[in-house]
Write a protein that binds this ligand. Sequence first.
Ligand SMILES: CC(=O)N[C@H]1[C@@H](OP(=O)(O)OP(=O)(O)OC[C@H]2O[C@@H](n3ccc(=O)[nH]c3=O)[C@H](O)[C@@H]2O)O[C@H](CO)[C@@H](O)[C@@H]1O
Ligand SMILES: C=C(OP(=O)(O)O)C(=O)O
Length: 472
Amino acid sequence: MSKIIVRGGQRLTGNVRVSGAKNAVLPILAATLLASEGESIIHDVPFLDDVMTIQQVLAALGGKLTYDNEIMRISAEQLTSYEAPYEWVRKMRASFLVMGPLLARLGCVRISLPGGCAIGNRPIDQHLKGFEALGTEIVFGQGFIEARSAGKLKGAKVYLDYASVGATQNIMMAATLAEGVTTIENAAKEPEIVDLANYLNAMGAKVRGAGTGIIRIEGVEKLKGARHTVIPDRVEAGTFMIAAAITGGDVHIEGAISDHLTPVISKLEEMGVVVEETDNGLRVTAPKKLKSVDVKTLPYPGFPTDMQSQMMALLMVAEGTSIVTETVFENRFMHVEEFQKMSAQIKIDGRTAIVSGSTQLTGAKVTATDLRAGAALLCAGLMADGETELTGLHHVDRGYVDITGKLAALGADICRVDDTPAPAPLYSKVLEGVAAALEEAEPVIVAAMAQEPAVSKREKEVPRMKAQPTWA
Ligand SMILES: CC(=O)N[C@H]1[C@@H](OP(=O)(O)OP(=O)(O)OC[C@H]2O[C@@H](n3ccc(=O)[nH]c3=O)[C@H](O)[C@@H]2O)O[C@H](CO)[C@@H](O)[C@@H]1O
Ligand SMILES: C=C(OP(=O)(O)O)C(=O)O
C-alpha cells in the first residue's frame, strides 16, 4: 500500500509554486467539447489523477488530446460518441460536467451518475433543472441518465435553489450554443466560474456577469478552440498557508492570488498569522502561538469547504476552543476520527465540530478519508510528535501535484513510499507508449484504409455515434 511518511517538528521555509487549479481546469477541459472548429490550447494544466480521468472521458467522446509540460491541446471537431463511460464518470464528480457541452453540441447525452469524494449526498437536481428549462427531456436509467433536446437548446431563465458550482458551470456551458438568452439566477460566484466564463468568451461565447449572482449567456451559432491559462489553485495555496502556519514557518506561496483567498487570509490573520502580498504571491509568516477562531463554511466568498479540514488541523494546535461549522456538505467531518488517532480533542455535534486547542499532536497511522482530509492529515503530521503514516493516497493524488516533493522542498521531513510506481508518471509512460506505437503503425493503417471498399470510406468521413439514444 502506498504511503506518505512525515516526521513532525520541522519549520517550513522557502518558496513553493502553486499549480493550476483542479477545480478550474476540469470544467474548462469539459468545455473544450463545445468547439466545433479549431484546437484549444490550455496552459498550466496540473498533472493530477483527476486531469487524467477527464482526459479519458474526452477521448472516449472523440476528443483528440496531447499533454506535455502542463500544456494540453484538445481538438473536439468531430465527436464520435454521446456517451460518457461509467468507468471514468464514477471516479470523479466533475466528469458530469461534460453533460452541458454534449447537450449543446449534439442535443443528446448518456451519462453515468457521478462519483467523487463521499462528503455528502451530492445530488444533481439543480443541473437537471437547468437542462430541462433549456428544453431537454431527461430519462433516468439504472445508474445513468439519458437526455435529449428536440433541436437546439432554447435560452431560458434558471433560478438555482442553491448556488451550486457544478450546476452553474454545466448550465452556463449548455447555454452558450442555445437559441436566445439564458440567465442563471443565484449562480455560484467562485473564481473557477469566472475562469470558465473567460475561456468560453475566448472561444466566442457571450457570457456576462460571471462572479456575480446573475449570469447572462447569449447563445451563439458556434464556438472555436481557444488558448487559455488556468488560474492558480486557491485550495492548494491555502493548504500550503496552513502548512506554513502550523510549523511557525515563513513561506512564500508563488502564484497565490490574494482576492481568491480572502476568507482564508482573514481567518489566519485573526489567529495571528502574518500574510503579505508580494509581486507574485503571498508570504506567510507565523508566530509560535496562534489564537483560536470560529469558522463556518459557505459558498464563495465565504470560507471554502475545501479548506475546512486543513483549517481544523491548525485549530487543534491554536490556544483556546474553536467551533467549526460545515454548511456545504453534510458528511465532511470524516477526518475528525483520523485526527483523534493523533490525539486531537474534537467533539462533533451535527454539522458543528468543537475543537479544543493547544494539543500536542502525536504521530499515528491515518487514512485520507477524502482529498482535502489527506492534505489536512499531512499538515497535522508536520507538527506531530513522531511519525505519521498516511495511506489512502488515491484521494490525495486526485488534487495535489507532488505534495510530498513540495513539502520536502520547504524543509519538511517527509517521503512517499509507493508499492507500485506512482500512478501519474506511470500513466504518462503508457501514453508515451501508445503515441509511439501509433506513430509506428501509421503507414500500415493508412495503407489498409486506402484498400477498403468505398462504402467504408464514406462511413469514415461522416462521424457516427457509437450507439444511438433509446428514442432515436
Ligand atoms: C470539481 C469541483 O469544482 N468541485 C468543487 C465543487 O463541487 P460541486 O460542484 O459538486 O459542489 P456544489 O456547489 O454543486 O455543491 C454544493 C452543495 O450543493 C448541493 N447541490 C449541488 C448540486 C445540485 O444539483 N443539488 C444540490 O443540492 C450539494 O449537495 C452540496 O451540498 O464545489 C464544491 C463547493 O465549493 C467544492 O467542495 C468542490 O471541490
Ligand atoms: C471535493 C472536492 O472535489 P470533488 O468535487 O471533485 O469531489 C475537492 O476538490 O475538495
